[in-house]
Design a protein around this ligand. Structure first.
Ligand code: KG4
Ligand code: ZN
Length: 435
């Protein structure tokens, strides 16, 4: 018998698959909010020796892991056969082509064999909907949250507990979304479910990419975000001054409340089009130049107290810039809630500083629990549910075939029910904001 939702009707259960980068993940999600199972096979150990994700190694490992991960996710959710479910969802972009192919092909095969509808999901929309997953009272979430403090994303257990209590995002719009992952940094105005306007994005490196590259320079280990965070804990963030890219000179922020002007000049004027844009590659170069200068002076910057001090200064600047722009956009667009998501949203300093800032304003802030910050399939199941519920009626089907809504009967797959990869995908936007 299939489980019921609060309204007494059978829950709409989606098997979600995510293989866009270096995590092989599968989950079963009910009604877009309830995690019935959530399996993630991480490839971190495999890529550590390369200091970054090696695409061919990643796709081969997905091939090896995917079947077990999906079977385990189904077993955890007490699903004996895929046919018992209502739909299959899969990330079809953006991501590494070879990695995406593994998940997409398995999902296609399962959908074709079972007759279930197949829902393509944009990975960034998945990160957004990680904030709509309910984590209170779910056995999977409780178990994984208790492991958060030791997980690859870093962060502290108390931090995770605090975010758990804050609950999941509400249906209050407009909402401001900061997506900060290894490949993307975007500020998005969400006007309703599945309706987005892009306010700004990175002009070069993503925030997570900057963490990874600076950690590599400082030889702190992989993945860079948790490594920088750990090193920064024993560092003095005030010892070195780094530029705050694309920030208004003199802008006072949570971490630098007395800032008058950055010590190094801001290169671009921060008006108009760049107000909500980001740039992190110059910051990485500033770290490199600082290390070279220290070496000329006979100091060793790598793996020493100096490395911890640089890590602390770098982390402070990144958090300051992310939070400063998010706070400006929240004020300008009068949003009703702020959501932060993506791997970098696991960062303890970012979570703490954001919490302090928005608590003062009385504006609800949501960050997913740590286990939902980095890549997972539960978020793909959530996004698929909302896309089916809210967006399908407005848009032609990206699969070319007829869609079912969560409360319709699934349609039979037709020859037109194919799904293409979308490796360069960006969020399906309503429009950009004109400034
Ligand atoms: O969202 P995600 O798992 O994958 C992508 O979609 O890219 O994000 C991975 C990124 C990596 O760059 C990683 O270094 C960063 O998230 N990250 C962190 C932390 N944990 C993961 N960055 C800063 N602090 C953390 N605690
Ligand atoms: Zn991601």
């Amino acid at each position: 018998m299939s489980p019921k939702n609060a309204g007494g009707s059978p829950a709409y259960r989606i098997l979600a698959i995510e293989t866009s980068c270096d995590e092989t993940a599968a989950a079963v999600v009910a009604d877009g909010r309830h995690i019935l199972s959530n399996r993630v096979a991480s490839q971190i150990e495999l890529h550590r020796r390369f200091g970054g994700v090696y695409p061919e190694v990643a796709s081969r490992q997905h091939v090896l892991a995917i079947q077990t991960v999906v079977e385990d996710a189904l077993a955890d959710a007490s699903v004996a056969h895929v046919r018992e479910l209502d739909a299959i969802a899969v990330t079809n972009g953006p991501g590494l082509a070879g990695s995406l192919l593994v998940g997409v092909n398995l999902a296609k095969g399962l959908a074709f064999a079972s007759g279930l509808p197949l829902i393509p999901v944009n990975h960034l929309e998945g990160h957004i909907y990680s904030n709509w997953l309910c984590t209170d009272g779910s056995p999977v979430a409780d178990l994984q949250a208790s492991e958060d403090g030791n997980g690859p994303a870093g962060g502290s257990a108390s931090d995770s507990a605090r975010t758990q209590r804050s609950g999941s995002a509400s249906d209050q719009f407009p909402a401001l979304i900061l997506i900060v992952s290894g490949g993307h940094t975007e500020l998005v105005l969400m006007e309703g479910h599945c309706r987005y306007r892009l306010l700004g994005a990175t002009l070069d490196d993503a925030a997570g990419e900057a963490f990874d590259k600076v950690a590599r320079l400082l030889e702190l280990g992989y993945p860079g975000g948790p490594a920088i965070q750990a090193a920064a804990e024993s560092g003095d963030g005030g010892r070195f001054q780094l530029p705050r890219p694309l920030m208004r000179p003199g802008r006072r922020t949570e971490l630098q409340p007395h800032a008058q002007a950055p010590t190094l000049p801001t290169v671009l004027p921060v008006r108009g089009e760049h107000r909500f844009n980001f740039s992190f590659s110059g910051l990485k170069t500033a770290v490199l130049n600082l290390m070279r200068q220290l070496e000329r002076e006979g100091a060793e910057a790598r793996q020493t107290q100096t490395a911890s001090d640089i890590a602390a200064a770098f982390q402070m600047v990144v958090v300051d810039v992310l939070l400063g722009k998010t706070a400006d956009a929240a004020a300008e667009f009068g949003v009703k809630q702020v959501c932060i998501c993506g791997g970098v949203s696991a960062n303890g300093l970012l979570r703490q500083a954001a919490e302090q800032h928005f608590a003062k304003l009385g504006l609800p802030l949501h960050c997913p629990p740590l286990f939902l910050c980095t890549d997972n399939a539960a978020m793909i199941g959530a996004a698929a549910y909302y896309r089916q519920s809210y967006a399908v009626a407005r848009q032609p089907s990206p699969m070319g075939g007829p869609h079912s809504t969560p409360h319709d009967k699934p349609s039979e797959p037709s020859a037109r029910d194919f799904l293409a990869l979308d490796v360069y995908a960006s969020l399906p936007l309503v429009d950009s904001i004109q400034r």
